[in-house]
Design a protein. Structure first.
Length: 196
């Protein structure tokens, strides 16, 4: 059980922060950027949850996603191999990725096939899900940069983020009346036009 009594410690005033283990790092370090972007994505998922109150299945799914994103952040914040004397570190599991895939398949089968790319618009819930999706994609890009820089980063956090962005896309379509209210891209529709 985690117990947090004090909000400020002043230990980061020098521009560094602590990880789960290892020496402190600069707050602009790629590892801190990676799990910080996951935290940002989590906040946007939380914002989508606010708009999902009338769609309880989506809200419950997003609740689990928020919890899992803390696991992703913890995984990325834990450099180095696990030491048996310290116990196993919290890592993203294959079961978490499998759950995302099952949710994607379950929800996508309710949707009509796409005939164009979907613009991130429509209902407030859909727009917020698409915003969360783009932040998750950014978190994935930063996590892949971290993995390129530090070989101890496992593949599962990245796989989780990849699948999550797909799930958020599918749920964005669900939130647009099962895709019937999707706003579709119309290539070249307004190019060269002077009329609004």
């Amino acid at each position: 059980m985690i117990k947090i009594n004090k909000i400020y410690t002043r230990t980061g005033d020098d521009g560094t922060t602590g990880l789960v283990r290892g020496p402190r790092r600069a707050k602009h370090d790629i590892r801190i950027e990676a799990y910080g972007t996951v935290e940002e994505a989590n906040a946007f998922v939380g914002l989508a949850r606010v708009h999902a109150q009338k769609m309880p299945k989506i809200e419950m799914t997003l609740r689990r996603v928020q919890n899992d994103l803390f696991d992703v952040g913890s995984d990325l914040a834990t450099p180095g191999a696990d030491d048996s004397s310290e116990g196993a570190s919290l890592r993203v599991t294959q079961q978490q990725i499998d759950w995302l895939e099952a949710q994607i398949d379950l929800n996508n089968e309710r949707l009509q096939p796409l005939t164009s790319f979907v613009l991130p618009a429509g209902s407030a819930l859909a727009a917020n899900l698409h915003t969360a999706r783009t932040v998750v994609r950014r978190a994935e890009r930063v996590a892949t940069a971290l993995r390129a820089a530090e070989s101890d980063v496992g593949p599962r956090p990245i796989a989780y983020l990849n699948r999550l962005s797909d799930l958020l896309f599918v749920m964005g379509r669900l939130a647009n009346d099962l895709g019937k209210s999707d706003v579709l891209w119309e290539p070249g529709r307004f190019s060269g036009s002077t009329k609004g």
